[in-house]
Design a protein around this ligand. Sequence first.
Ligand SMILES: [Zn+2]
Ligand SMILES: [Zn+2]
Length: 128
Amino acid sequence: MRTAPAESLRFGERYAHLRDRRLAAVLIREDATEDREELSALERISCHVHRRWAHECISSPTHVIAVTGHRWCRPCEAEATVAVDELTGDVSVACTRCGQSPATPATRQILRTCRASLAAAIENRRPR
Ligand SMILES: [Zn+2]
Ligand SMILES: [Zn+2]
């Protein structure tokens, strides 16, 4: 996937100030793909709200969605936290009450998207 010039025009202004231009390119691409209804907001590896990589802002209260089970433990009706290890690339989810990782599609989605965004961010830092 690449960023088409038309997409940059339409979605790029919001990210004009971002110093990380690779992140900006992913944000623009995902905004455009989501706009075409080809990508779920919850499958993104970049966050439209916080203008960051998904793993960088997953700890924000905005990313607790009790209805879908994102960062939410249903049995406890409690929030779950996400631990991100930038060195090993490991991501884990744990309920603040029972300590278990909620075995739900939402948790698997968080693990998948955060691991992918971590990998993309590390790729961006690599000298080229
Ligand atoms: Zn966010
Ligand atoms: Zn729990």
